[in-house]
Design a protein around this ligand. Sequence first.
Ligand code: AMP
Ligand code: MG
Length: 490
Amino acid sequence: MEIEYMTFDNTYHKLPDRFYKEVTAERFSKPELLAFNENLSDDLGLNLGSQSDIELANFFSGQTLLKGSHPIALPYAGHQFGHFVPQLGDGRAMLLGEIVNPDSKRFDIQLKGSGQTFFSRNGDGKSAIGPVIREYILSEAMYHLGVPTTRALAAVATGDLVYREETVPGAVFTRIASSHIRIGTFQYFAAKDDLDGLKTLLDYSIQRHYPESGTNPAISFLQKVIQAQVSLVSNWMSLGFIHGVMNTDNMSISGETIDYGPCAFMDQFNAHQVYSFIDRDGRYSYMNQGPILQWNLSRLADCLIPLAHSDKKKAIEMLNSELATISDLFRNEWIERMKRKLGLVSGQAHENDEKLITSWLDYLEKEELDFTLSFRKLENLLVDNDNPSDSSFKQTTEFDTFKTAWTNRLKDQDLELAIVKEKMNGVNPIYIPRNHQVERAIQQAIVGDLSVFNEMNQVLKNPYVYQPNLDFYRVTPLPEEEVTTTFCGT
Ligand code: AMP
Ligand code: MG
C-alpha cells in the first residue's frame, strides 16, 4: 500500500548502485506510537497532522511504505577508537527518502532499528527502547539548546522483544538529518581505491551542503567541513557535552551532531570526564574532543588527496596547510564561546581572557561544582559591580582571584549589567538533559510509563527559561542518583 503524505525527492538513490543497498523493514507484531514531533513535522512541510496514531506508528516503523520512498541502507567505513574498519554501514537503519522543506532545505528521513540490512554483520538490525528514548530526548534538547543536530521525528514501540544483556522492548526511531554523509563515507570509497566513487561523493556533498565552493573543490570542501565541525565541537564543550564515541563514522560532514550513543551532558565539571563504558582510555573525554576533532578531520583529508591535486606531494601540502589551521580556529572559537558564557560580549579581544576562563574552570573542577548551574549562578554576582553578592559560591582564594579579575574585566567593557545578564542567560542554560533523569525516563518507558519522557521533552524545549512547574529537572543528581557510566546499548 502506498500513501502520499509527503513528497519525497530522492537524490542519493540516483547515485551509482554501489552507494547503497535496497532494504525492506522487518514486520513487527504491534507497532505503537510512543512519540511524534508534530512541530518538526510541520516545519518539514509533512502533511501528517490528521493521521491516526496507528497510521503514524506504521509509517515510522517501516510497515507502511510511503509513496515515493525507496528505502536504502548506506555503506560507510570508519575509524572506531583509532582502528580502521573498511566496511560498517547502516546495519540497523534505513533511509526512507529525502524531502525538501518549505524553506528549500533538504532532509533525510531515516528509520533506526527497522531490521537487518546488507550491512548488519552479526547484528539484529534492531533497537531497544532505551537508546530510542535517549536519542529522542538528547537530540531534541540539543536542537533547542541551539546546536546543529539531527532531530527526532518519531519513536515507535514495535511490540517485539530484542535481546541485549536481557530481553527488552524493541523500538524504532525516526531521525531527520541534513544528510547521512559521514567522514567514514569518504573513507569507504578511499579504502576501495574507488576514485570515481570518491569524486561522485565529493561533488554530491558539495552540491548538497556547501554549494558556494572555491576554485579547488576538494580544498574548499575541507575548509567548510573544518569550519562546521570546529563550530560544532566548541559548541558542545561550551555546554558540557561529551559525545562519547567520536569515531569517524559518527562525524557528519554537515557539522550536525549525529549518533547519540553513550553521550552525556556533564553534571559536575571534570575536564577529563568520560562516561562511556567502552572508552577505557579516555580517547573521547571532554577535553580530548578538540584534538580528536583534528585527528578525524585529518582522516577526511587523507581521502581527499587524489582529488586535491594531480601531484600527490602538492596535494598533501595543500591539505596539510588547511589542517594546520584547526588548532587555532578551535582555540579561538572555544574562547569566544566561553567569553560569551562569562558575559564578555563586547567583541574586543583581551589578552587575559583565556587565563580568566581557565581560572574559572579550575575553580569549578577543584570544588566539584556543577558546570551548567555554576555558569547560570554567576549572574548572582552581577547585582552591583562595586558590591558583588557571592553567597552562592564557596569562597576560596581561587574564587576571589577569579571574581576580582572577572568584575574588573566586565567594568572595562562598559555595558549595563542588565544587558550583560540578559546575554549570559541566553547562552547559559538552566536545563540540560541530565543523565539521571534520562535514565529515569528510560526505566519508566520500559514499563510503559512515558510521563518522565514527556516532561523532559517539554522542559527541554526552553532550556534557557525558568519553568516553575518543571523545575525538578534543573537540579544535580543526589549521590545515589548519579550516573557514572553510559552504554551504547545498541
Ligand atoms: P554505532 O556504534 O552506533 O556508531 O554503530 C557502529 C556500527 O554498528 C554501525 O555500522 C551500525 O550500523 C552497526 N550496528 C550497531 N547496532 C547494530 C545492530 N543492532 N544491528 C546491526 N548493526 C548494528
Ligand atoms: Mg554510528
